[in-house]
Structures are given as C-alpha cells and as structure tokens.
Design a protein around this ligand. Structure first.
Ligand code: NAI
Ligand code: DG6
Length: 528
C-alpha cells in the first residue's frame, strides 16, 4: 500500500526545521597480529534539515546537448502537464527513472500484515520539480541553437511532444560558454559558435578585461550565474556539468595540485592552459558558494579544486552519471560476489550514434570514460578475498570496455555485456545481457535527482547533543548512487555497489524523518 505522506507518532517538528535524535551504531576494528578486534560503538546524534525548500535553478553546462534538452523538455512537460499522442495511445508525462520522484521507502507493516510505503521524496522537504515556482533550468552551451532546435537535433523525445513543447522552448537560448578544443574531440569544433569573448566579457563585467590566463573566464561565469539567479528570482542555484566529456587534465606540481597553485595558475598564460573548461566552472561555483556537480568522467575536480571547495565549504560532487550499463554492473557484480560467486571476466561493449558517442570516438576522451566505467567493480572485488586472494598477488577479473560510434542508432544506445564467473567446483557460469535504450532518457532524471539531492544536502546538519550544528562534508559522497566514479573525501573508502549506495542515502534521510534505519531484519515475521 502507498501513502502520500506520513507522520511519526510523538514527533513534532518546528516550522523551521525537521529535527530528529538517533543513535548511530557503528564498529571500530583494530588489527592485532592478523586478528581483528571489533568494538561496537554507539553515538547519540541529532540531525535536522530546514523545512524551507528554496526556489532553485539548475544551471547545466552543455544545456543544448541531448541530456540538457531532454531534461528541459521532460521537466516542462511535467510542470505544465503536457500530454502527447503516439500510435500506442495518449502519453502522460512522468518522472520515471528519478529515484526521488518515482521510488518508495517502506514505512512499516500494519496489524493486518500489509507493508506500507511512502514516496522517497516524502522523507525530507525536497525542492519540488513539478512546481515551476520552485525548480527551473538554465545554462550554457558552446552552440547557440535555441532549446527547441537543440531538442529536435537530439531526436530523443517523441516528435508530437516536441511540437507541443515548442512554444515553451524556442525562446530559451543557452548562455555563451568557455571552449577549448584541446580538451574535447576535434570533431566538436563546428559546434562552437557561442563562446565567451573579450567583448562579451566587457558587456557582462562592465569593464575592459585582461584576457591573460583564464581568471577572466571565471569572473564571467560568476557574473552569468548571478544574473541568472537575479533575473529568475532564485534563492539558490546548482551548477552541473553535462557538456562533452573532456580528456583528463594533467596533474602538475606547481599548476593544480593545491588551491594556491591553482589560483596562481589561473592568471598565468601558460599554466592556465592546463585548467579545463569544466574546472573553470567548478572554481566559479566554489567562489559563489554554489553546489557543483560533474556529470562527465574527466578529472574536473583536480586536487587544487577539491582543496579550494573544502576550505570554502562549498559542495562538490561527481563524477559521471551512472545510468545504464555501469549501473547494472554495480548491481550484478555485487550480487555475484555477495553470493560467493567469483566474476572472472567482464566484457562490456556498447555502440551509440549521438554527439556524445561522436566525441567519445576520439581516444583521449574515450580514455576518461574507460576509467570511470572500469573502476566500478574494484571495491566489490576487494570486499571478498575468499574469492580473489591468491598467494602473493592481487587478483581482479579481466575487464574490458569498448565504445563505438555508429551514427544510425542515434541516442538509442546498445549495450552488450558478458559476465563469466567461477562457481562451485570450478564450474563456469556465463551471463549475457543486451540492453537497448535511449541514453538521454536514462540520464535526464538522474541529472535532476543529483541536483535535488545536492541542494538538499546543503541544508542537512548533524550535531552531538547540545553541540554545534555541522554541515555534511563538502565532497558529497552521499550522492554516490548517481555516479560511476563517486568522489569521496580524502582517506574515505569508495562504495560502488548500488544497493549499499541507496541504503546509505535512504537511511540518512530516514533518520531525519524520525524513522528507524531499514535493517530488513523483520523479526516479527521470523520469530514465534
Ligand atoms: P551531447 O554531446 O549531446 O551534449 C553535450 C553538449 O555540451 C553539447 O551541446 C555541446 O555543444 C556542449 N558543450 C561542449 N563543450 C562545452 C563547453 N565547454 N561549455 C558548454 N557546453 C559545451 O552529450 P550528452 O549525451 O548530452 O552527454 C553529456 C555528457 O554526459 C557527456 O560527457 C556524457 O559522457 C555524459 N554522460 C551521459 C550519460 C547518458 O546516459 N546520456 C551517462 C553518463 C554520462
Ligand atoms: C557510451 O558508453 C556513452 C556514454 O556516455 C554512456 O552512455 C554513459 O556514460 C552511460 O554509461 P553507462 O555505463 O552507465 O550506461
């Protein structure tokens, strides 16, 4: 049974905050001569979130791409309840694929033995994307197509829906952006007709600019963000990179390994060439105290950027949306390894024909994607030395990632995976998957969720009883569920398994709501 809302007996929240006390049960492990001594720990904590969900603008870098235009079209269709016809009938808009909008959490069981569920979004006051007065989109693109033309080119949403969306989208044009062909594939150069120039900078900043280095770009981006916020009466903005995948930026001592190096490099004609456009957006967001999320695989968040964000207590997150093949991998590998089955060979092929695929047909950009797609099994494998430990060596499954550009299939990506595992008594088990799906229809709701979560995490605070309220760490590993290669604070383990990532987010929010964490013990159903 599903209920829309719920209250927790005996718990009263103020109009300002939703607050709960909970006991955080954990364990500390000490290794003594190869033996683990485990000490259970219990900490009383309070957690709270402000009740006010601010009017939020999500600013996408790469707004005019397949993901950006698909999200805008889908969002507007939901906000204005636009229906459209297809040969299989009349379609209503939905947010399927959004964990926040379309998944549920279990509240408990009635006396009659029926499980009761509530929408995930009812756990805490999230910004409501269905409400145009609470959530809107904007952003940058190096291409000057209006958003209707961009949606047409992306060829993802049904044409009948595109026609209905036209009046809402053809007057929206992305803002000019920073472009550096050295970071993306050569085949992207033709798109770049909407870039920030010295003349545009003068217009935005109200004075002549010194175009040495790349600091001036950061200043222009900051001015664009402030203008967007002001013009749309927004209380908060979130910036998210969904532009082309860049190659990895070199990490060079003296250039970008610390905050001080990075800030100095920005003003240096030569050194600043190593600072990617995506990092410039991250720096601008940090300086404006705006949450920044990297949805692509490249190392936007170089060490200097991370240090800058942490010191400024400005939220950052990423990397690379976990949408299809990799999401499945982080479920399937977890299931195999946690069942005591040993994956030994994983071959992942895919082909697609959209602009993302075209950009990834270039080796340096493909390499960024290969890294985020490949790392996803590492921690799952490392969790089980019974399967993988061989004397003197660390064993890993053979694992290959192949991406090919085949124009004909457009956004409808084909992903083929073969998982071979060792089972009982050296038997072999091979699982083959073939998935066909519009890539951007998977990514768009994830982008929205990342923004809604990123905004919400900025309002979340914890404290020990009567202590000072503290925010969550600026490096938002709580949004790992949505990322192929989750960014985590220094010295923190990376969790890739999808069920663990979801449980983490759900349980934190259950604590805020005053619900017990979901242990799945259900002793009431198991003990006489
Ligand atoms: P797309 O190629 O359709 O869109 C990218 C847009 O970025 C283009 O409109 C391009 O003009 C623009 N752009 C390039 N450089 C820019 C810059 N410096 N500033 C502003 N705009 C710039 O690609 P799509 O399919 O929308 O994907 C976007 C990103 O999301 C890619 O990096 C892709 O790898 C990543 N991604 C996509 C997933 C999916 O399922 N669709 C999943 C995971 C990641
Ligand atoms: C081809 O792999 C293009 C990529 O941008 C992916 O479509 C995207 O990263 C989604 O990847 P996955 O592995 O989550 O399906």
């Amino acid at each position: 049974m599903l209920v829309d809302t719920f209250s927790v007996a005996g718990k009263a929240d103020t109009t300002d905050y939703k607050t709960s006390k909970f006991v955080y049960n954990n364990t500390e492990v000490e290794m003594k001569d190869g033996h683990a001594v485990v000490t259970p720990t219990h900490k009383e904590l309070e957690i709270r979130i402000s009740q006010h969900a601010p009017k939020t603008g999500l600013m996408l870098v790469g707004f005019g791409g397949s993901n950006g235009s698909t999200l805008l079209g889908g969002l507007l269709a939901n906000q204005h309840n636009i229906t459209w016809e297809r040969k299989d009938g009349v379609c209503n808009p939905n947010f399927f694929g959004s964990m926040i909008e379309s998944s549920t959490v279990r509240l408990g069981t009635t006396h009659a033995g029926e499980d009761v569920y509530a929408p995930f979004r009812s756990l805490v006051p999230f910004v409501d994307p269905k409400n145009p007065d609470q959530f809107m989109l904007g952003g940058w693109d190096i291409n000057n197509d209006n958003m209707y033309a961009a949606m047409q080119k992306a060829a993802v949403l049904d044409v009948t829906l595109q026609h209905k969306l036209r009046p809402y989208m053809e007057n929206i044009t992305p803002m000019p952006s920073v472009f550096d062909i050295n970071f993306v594939a050569a085949n992207q150069e033709d798109r770049a007709n909407n870039v920030i120039t010295a003349e545009y900078a003068k217009e935005m900043l109200g004075e002549e600019v010194d175009t040495t280095g790349r600091r001036w770009y950061v200043e222009v981006i900051k001015a664009q963000m402030r203008k967007f916020k002001e013009e749309n009466n927004l209380e908060k903005i979130v910036v998210l990179w969904t532009a082309n995948t860049e190659c990895f930026a070199p990490i060079i001592e003296g250039v970008n390994t610390t905050e001080a190096e990075l800030l100095a490099s920005l003003k240096d004609a030569e050194k600043s060439k190593h600072i990617a456009p995506s990092s410039l957006f991250a720096i601008a967001a940090i300086e404006e105290k705006v949450t920044f999320i990297n949805g692509s695989p490249q190392n936007t968040l170089v060490p200097g950027v991370i240090e800058y964000a942490v010191r400024n207590r400005s939220m950052i997150g990423g990397d690379d949306f976990k949408s299809g093949q990799t999401k499945m991998k982080s479920v399937l590998t977890d299931f195999l390894v946690s069942s005591g089955i040993k994956p030994t060979c994983i071959a992942s092929y895919n082909h697609l024909g959209n602009n993302d695929g075209l950009n990834l047909s270039s080796p340096a950009q493909f390499r960024s994607k290969e890294i985020t797609k490949a790392n996803v099994v590492d921690d799952i494998v490392a969790s089980n030395d019974i399967l993988y430990k061989r004397p003197g060596e660390i064993e890993k499954p053979d694992h290959c990632i192949v991406i090919k550009y085949l124009k004909y299939v457009g956004d409808s990506k084909r992903a083929m995976d073969e998982y071979t595992s060792e089972i009982f008594m050296r038997g072999k088990n091979t699982i083959v998957l073939h998935n066909t799906c519009e890539d951007s229809l998977l990514a768009a709701p994830i982008i929205m969720d990342m923004a809604l979560c990123g905004e919400m995490l900025g309002r979340l605070e914890v404290r020990e009883p009567n202590g000072e309220w503290e925010n969550f760490h600026p490096v938002m590993n709580t949004i790992s569920f949505f990322c192929k290669a989750p960014r985590v604070p220094d010295q923190t383990p990376i969790i890739n398994a999808l069920p663990a990532q979801r449980a983490c987010l759900e349980n934190i929010l259950r604590c805020v709501a005053g619900l017990p964490i979901e242990t799945n013990m259900r002793l009431e159903n198991r003990v006489m």
